[in-house]
Ligand binder design. Structure first.
Ligand code: BGC
Length: 740
């Protein structure tokens, strides 16, 4: 059947169903409620049963497993119209097989792999009764204090666009309706990553130009890729909460971008608009949300409580309700739920497809590629598989933290600790272990984290006893691997930090290990970019391992022993100190760019302007040199493509992969332009001694921006092309875009 014929069939089905529905049944389709989850698994709460049976709830989240979703779906099948429930869940970086946190996974610079992890997650979720994931999160963020940077892909717009496309494709597959595809939900629309001071749920305020140029493109890319749903954000956009923002939800999303799916609020986001101060009660805020074009209410039950009254008072029309309901029904139709409401609730399939060896292998592969080598002096790494290795630190023998934030259905008992990974791959080496210190020493913070689901267990020994044991262990070893960083509850939602150092109680352990005189490798597990100025100055080797998921320990061992040569590159700058934030590579030049010789230039008195580790940065066990950057023309006619070539040589002594990055600068514009913008990259494998010439094409689209009239266009004039292994260390060449 052609798309138009299929659409016509769907439209006819949905219209005829709508014609049969009462107002209550319609409002029920706009209502999304959470199920109760407890440690032994989800359980039915009486009120849901009644709501579902009464047709007051058409959608459930936080319910999974084939058995449980089947039970709930059976209730829906007892309703008058038998409209199937839609089951949503936060499948953020894997369902049961957990992949690296998104900020870590982004460091692979491998879109095929990012698509694959989404595909595996979708297949597992679908086998576990789910229809809909609340992912991808594509909020561009320049403030590493924000806890939710862990869920996104960092600071770059162009890169965010590539990831948004890959993720939607990975989750939704080629066609919804396949039993291994789920509805994706791009979030949080919009601008959530720009919360003031990096504090979660805080105010956002930015110019239209900034939105269009830097923050909106990844959401739009998801829409262009056919994302089935959009989630509103908690923050305000231009003074109006996103969930009440008609400009955002209707003018931009529907009219300008042509979005056809449905919009769901974030968790109780309608109700929270009372706190925002744009309505006095649920009636007011329900009115705002419905009129803004928000289709489904997550957990607020406002449409259920106020919908009828709003209609009676003529604040909204039945046509508006019908449009919203139709969008929800269409999603259910596309999944094939009207043909078989139980098609995703298949226990035999779940047993076979969830957390199987193949999925774990995919997770390990992506995890090892997410690791970023930040420093490697004196070739401390890779480690030899002989002699004695001391593995110390609070994150060394830790499974819980390895799966990171938002690993909702992930079972940390299935995760591989760093210690176990190292032991399994150590060959002839002897591996010793000591904890060295607790993960945190700050009792107030521990209490806070444990109160909200953390399970930080403290070793009762004193800090000195723990360190002494670690020193004794290290003294028997040839090399010391120190696993430090954050516990997983220190990033993610409602987990912003004002201080990005590794927790201060961990520093004495690191100092003690360095004092032993043994070579030290620092392994970091964390969900924010950290401030590592001290560590960079004192520790010879540093590996950024994020929270790598179920296969964390194995992936880390792959890299430690050089079975895999690390090639990850950061997608978010690591500041030197918190006071530099926001620090990001694609900043503007200002009227007084930094100049050492000029007192009155843009700078700090006490720290450099640039980050410690810039966007795109990451080392390898080998070295790469760039040479012979050439443009195939220095004058470019409008509408033409410019060829760029550069030779990359593996000049070190290991085979390895390099991510060659291409940046552009538009030197003169009708509005100010960033000093650099990523416009392309290539990941290449080079044997030691091997050289390859890489070809990039700069297309007319790459030169465009929002001009002084907010038109997406390019302007004639001079441009610089930069190519290199990160955003700081680049070679450059110039060209001119001609008038005609
Ligand atoms: C988060 C969303 C999430 C939702 C449902 C909210 O608190 O902001 O990202 O999808 O909860 O769990």
């Amino acid at each position: 059947m052609s798309t138009t014929a299929a659409d016509a069939k769907m439209n006819a089905f949905v219209s005829s169903l709508l014609a049969k529905m009462t107002l209550d049944e319609k409002l029920g389709q706009l209502n999304l409620l959470t199920s109760d989850m407890d440690v032994t698994g989800p359980s039915i709460r009486a009120s849901y049963k009644q709501d579902i049976l009464a047709g007051r709830c058409g959608n459930i989240f936080n319910a999974y497993t084939p058995q449980y979703t089947r039970q709930l779906q059976e209730l829906a099948m007892q309703t008058r119209l038998k409209i199937p429930l839609l089951f949503g869940f936060d499948v953020i970086h894997g369902h049961k097989t957990i992949f690296p946190i998104p900020l870590g996974e982004a460091c692979t610079w491998d879109m095929a792999l990012l698509e694959k992890s989404a595909h595996v997650a979708a297949a597992e979720a679908a086998a576990d009764g789910l229809h809909w994931t609340y992912s991808p999160m594509v909020d561009i963020a320049r403030d590493p204090r924000w806890g939710r940077v862990a869920e996104g892909v960092g600071e770059d717009t162009w890169y965010g666009v590539q990831v948004a496309k890959a993720k939607v494709k990975g989750y939704q597959g080629t066609q919804l309706g396949a039993n291994n595809a789920v509805l994706a939900c791009v979030k949080h629309f919009a601008l959530y990553g720009a919360v003031e001071a990096g504090r979660d749920y805080n105010t956002v305020d930015m110019s239209r130009r900034q939105m269009y140029q830097f923050y909106l493109p990844p959401y739009k890319a998801a829409v262009d890729a056919g994302v089935a749903s959009v989630m509103t954000s908690f923050n305000e956009v231009d003074g109006i909460p996103a969930t009440a923002n008609k400009w955002l939800m209707t003018d931009l999303l529907r009219k300008e971008w042509g979005f056809k799916g449905f919009v769901v609020t974030d968790y109780t986001a309608i109700n929270e608009m009372i706190n925002h101060g744009v309505g006095a009660n649920t009636y007011d805020v329900g009115n705002l949300a419905l009129n803004a074009g928000v289709d489904m209410d997550m957990q607020g039950s406002v449409y259920i409580s106020e919908g009828k009254k709003l209609l009676d008072d003529k604040k909204i029309t039945i046509a508006q309700i019908n449009t919203a309901v139709a969008r929800v029904l269409e999603a259910k139709y596309k999944l094939g739920l009207f043909d078989d409401p139980f098609k995703f609730s298949d226990s035999a399939r779940a047993a076979k497809e969830i957390l199987n060896a193949e999925n774990r292998a995919a997770s390990r592969d992506i995890a090892k590629r997410s690791i970023v080598l930040l420093k490697n002096e004196q070739q401390v790494l890779p480690l030899k598989k002989s002699g004695t290795i001391a593995v110390v630190g609070p994150l060394a023998n830790d499974q819980r933290d390895m799966i990171g934030t938002w690993s909702a259905a992930g079972d940390w008992h299935k995760a591989v600790s760093i210690l176990d990974g190292v032991k399994a791959q150590a060959g002839n080496a002897t591996v010793l272990y000591a904890k060295g210190c607790n993960i945190l020493g700050d009792s107030v913070l521990i209490k806070k984290l444990n109160a909200f689901g953390g399970n930080i267990e403290l070793d009762p020994r004193t800090p000195q006893q723990l360190i002494d044991e670690a020193i004794a262990t290290a003294s028997k070893a040839d090399v010391v691997v120190v696993a430090l960083g954050e516990t997983c509850g220190m990033s993610g939602e409602a987990a912003s930090r004002s201080d990005l150092d590794i927790p201060e109680n961990q520093r004495p352990l690191l100092e003690a290990m360095l004092k032993t005189g043994k070579p030290v490798v620092l392994l970091l597990s964390n969900g924010h970019p950290l401030t590592l100025t001290w560590e960079d100055a004192h520790v010879p080797a540093i590996l950024e391992t994020w929270f790598l998921g179920t296969e964390a320990g194995n992936a880390i061992a792959d890299v430690l022993f050089g079975d895999y040569n690390p090639a990850g590159k950061l997608t978010m700058s690591f500041p030197r100190v918190v006071g530099q934030i926001p620090v990001y590579y694609n900043h503007k030049n200002t009227g007084r760019p930094f100049n050492e010789a000029n007192k009155y230039s843009s700078k700090y008195l006490d720290v450099a302007n640039d980050p410690l580790y810039p966007f795109g940065y990451g080392l390898s066990y080998t070295t790469f040199t760039y040479s012979n950057l050439q443009l195939d023309a220095t004058k470019l006619a409008p509408g033409k493509t410019l060829g760029v070539t550069v030779t990359v040589t593996n000049s070190g002594s290991y085979d390895g992969e390099e991510v060659a990055q291409l940046y552009l600068r538009d030197l003169v514009g009708s509005v100010t332009r960033p000093v650099k913008e990523l416009k392309g990259f290539q990941k290449v494998m080079l044997r030691k001694g091997e050289s390859k010439t890489l070809h990039f094409n700069i297309t007319p689209e790459d030169l465009k921006f929002y001009d002084k009239d907010m038109k997406w266009t390019s302007e004639p004039g001079d441009f610089t092309v930069f190519v290199g292994g990160n955003s700081r260390d680049v070679s450059s060449a110039d060209f001119t875009l001609l008038e005609k």
